[in-house]
Design a protein around this ligand. Structure first.
Ligand code: BGC
Length: 423
């Protein structure tokens, strides 16, 4: 009898259990402006004062409640946590650094260590100090040096408490939303129409339009400067802390195609422009690479996709393709963000399981993936869309600031604790 039980168990193991490598990191991510609250002197707060994006206010008040939030992460079996530090807090004036902000982030890092949660710090996640945005942002010729000085300062001050730093989050999203679509600061829009309007909670936020090619030229300049900024900060960080692991967090859209060869060419071009151009410029200055995956889209696709609350195709399994795309740079990868907006939590558990299974498959096929950080630990400020979209494993009541763990978070907990997904 015992022999049969044993054989059955081994069978289950082989057939249904997808085991991850030892030491694989499991957890979730957040970003400073989206959760902390009380940030007034960056470009997004300024844009909100001008009525161009929804105000962020106290957000989740994570700045004061991080310990409670990390208790929840610990309870949910997380062994890693990604968060960003706020540039506007740390360097409120050009070249002037704020010791108090550093003390705060040191306390945050200690709180994670106390809970045996490994921190992954992002040095810059979209928001800029006003002095930098108002003086030209990444259009400035000296932006790479300015950024490198800030990045090295952060690692010098926090590097004893954290081994994993990412210089920047999703440079392409930052560049294209700011300089082509004009939906984010500095609202430079390419196209012949006058306005882009985002309606949210019954209110419409409009962005400035720039006719002609000026925004496109600036977009290419900004993208080049971002790559230079990453490379310069990599070198500057290595000067102050040679053993720190430095990565970039790259948003990958997987563009697929149906059978049609023209669509295949279109997809190859789109993948090249969205992912390869930036990575080709920076991969030699990466010890590892973070993948943010949300999109799969196919040229010539006639399928009716199920949609997430963001109206994005429900395609968690295509994280596999995104991992393969970054895998060709032969660096350790980690999933630095992946998840969905799902206010009633009806699809999140299925989505997570599928994306984790696809990640496991990528590992089986030779991609070196070291961790998986769901976006997001908490509901938060979803940029120009305000607070309506709910990405959190944990829901936040913005009136009372009460946190409630969603059922899907327990499904993820089981994966984190078993270091495996059982189908
Ligand atoms: C960003 C997050 C954002 C998430 C969902 C990512 O592109 O890094 O800040 O909230 O996507 O849209």
């Amino acid at each position: 009898m015992q022999v049969w039980n044993g054989i059955y168990l081994v069978y289950c193991q082989v057939m249904y259990e997808k085991q991850f490598p030892d030491g694989f990191y499991w957890g979730a991510a957040t970003a400073s402006y989206q959760v902390e609250g009380g940030i007034e002197h960056n470009d997004w707060a300024q844009a909100a004062r001008e009525g161009r994006v929804p105000p962020c206010g106290r957000a989740c008040d994570h700045y004061n409640r991080y310990a409670v939030d990390f208790d929840i992460a610990q309870e949910l079996g997380h062994t890693a946590h990604r968060f960003s530090v706020e540039w506007a807090r740390i360097e409120p004036e050009e070249g002037v650094f704020n010791a108090e902000a550093i003390l705060h982030y040191r306390a945050v890092l200690k709180a994670l260590k106390d809970r045996n949660i490994t921190p992954f710090v992002t040095i810059w996640h979209f928001t800029l100090p006003l002095w930098f945005s108002e003086s030209g942002s990444f259009e400035r010729d000296d932006a790479p040096e300015i950024f490198a000085r800030y990045a090295a300062y952060v690692v010098e001050e926090l590097g004893d408490l954290c081994d994993h730093f990412s210089t920047m989050n999703e440079p392409n999203v930052f560049g294209s939303n700011g300089w082509l679509r004009g939906s984010w600061p500095p609202f430079k829009r390419f196209l012949l129409t006058d306005k882009i309007a985002i309606t949210n909670s019954g209110r419409t936020y409009e962005s400035r339009a720039h006719k002609g090619l000026e925004p496109v030229k600036l977009y290419f300049k900004v993208m080049k400067n971002l790559a230079r900024a990453h490379n310069a900060s990599y070198d500057a960080i290595k000067q102050v802390s040679p053993n720190t692991e430095v990565s970039v967090v790259k948003h990958v859209i997987v563009f697929g195609a149906n059978w049609n060869p023209f669509n295949k060419i279109k997809a190859a071009i789109a993948n090249y422009f969205w992912t390869s151009v930036f990575m080709n410029r920076t991969h030699k200055h990466c010890d590892s690479i973070g993948l943010n995956y949300y999109f799969y889209t196919q040229f010539g696709d006639k399928r009716q996709w199920k949609k997430t609350d963001m109206d994005w195709n429900f395609a968690p399994e295509h994280i596999y393709d995104a991992l393969r795309m970054l895998g060709k740079y032969k660096k350790p990868l980690f999933v630095s963000e992946a998840g969905l907006a799902d206010a009633d939590d009806s699809d999140r558990a299925e989505y997570i399981k599928k994306q984790v299974v696809a990640t496991w498959q990528a590992i089986q096929d030779g991609v070196d993936v070291r961790g998986h950080l769901y976006w997001s630990l908490l509901d938060n400020y979803e940029w120009a869309l305000g607070f309506e979209k709910r990405f959190g494993l944990v829901s936040v009541n913005y009136e009372t600031l009460e946190r409630k763990i969603r059922p899907s978070a327990y499904v993820y907990k089981e994966i984190c604790q078993q270091n495996a997904v059982v189908e």
